[in-house]
Design a protein around this ligand. Structure first.
Ligand SMILES: [Zn+2]
Length: 106
């Protein structure tokens, strides 16, 4: 199966991993992509606990992932299983959409 590099959203040692963890409601091995629900208030809780720099880094990584996905293979392994490019793009776009309403701590 084709591989494709995405940000380490399931590694809580990374800034993006900590942000996405706040939106994770189950184990990806159980619910897959649906383990994550990208809600404004979940991201806001996270954003209020980190620096503006960390907030901006994560927002930029989500933007970059969406851009990079345009040249991804049609199907590839992501998170828990094989997914289509559009499935993973839509998933990141939902995260991006929720993030646009979030205000960083200051
Ligand atoms: Zn589950």
């Amino acid at each position: 199966m084709a591989a494709f590099d995405t940000p380490p959203i399931d590694d809580v040692r990374t800034p993006i991993g900590r942000a996405f963890w706040q939106c994770c409601h189950c184990d990806p091995s159980c619910c897959g992509l649906d383990a994550y629900e990208f809600r404004f208030d979940s991201f806001q809780t996270w954003a209020s606990s980190v620096s503006r720099a960390e907030f901006e880094q994560v927002s930029a990584e989500v933007d970059q992932a969406i851009e990079a996905l345009e040249s991804a293979p049609d199907r590839f392994y992501f998170l828990d299983d094989e997914h289509s490019r559009s499935e993973v793009s839509d998933w990141f776009r939902r995260a991006q959409e929720a993030l646009t309403a979030v205000r960083p701590a200051d």
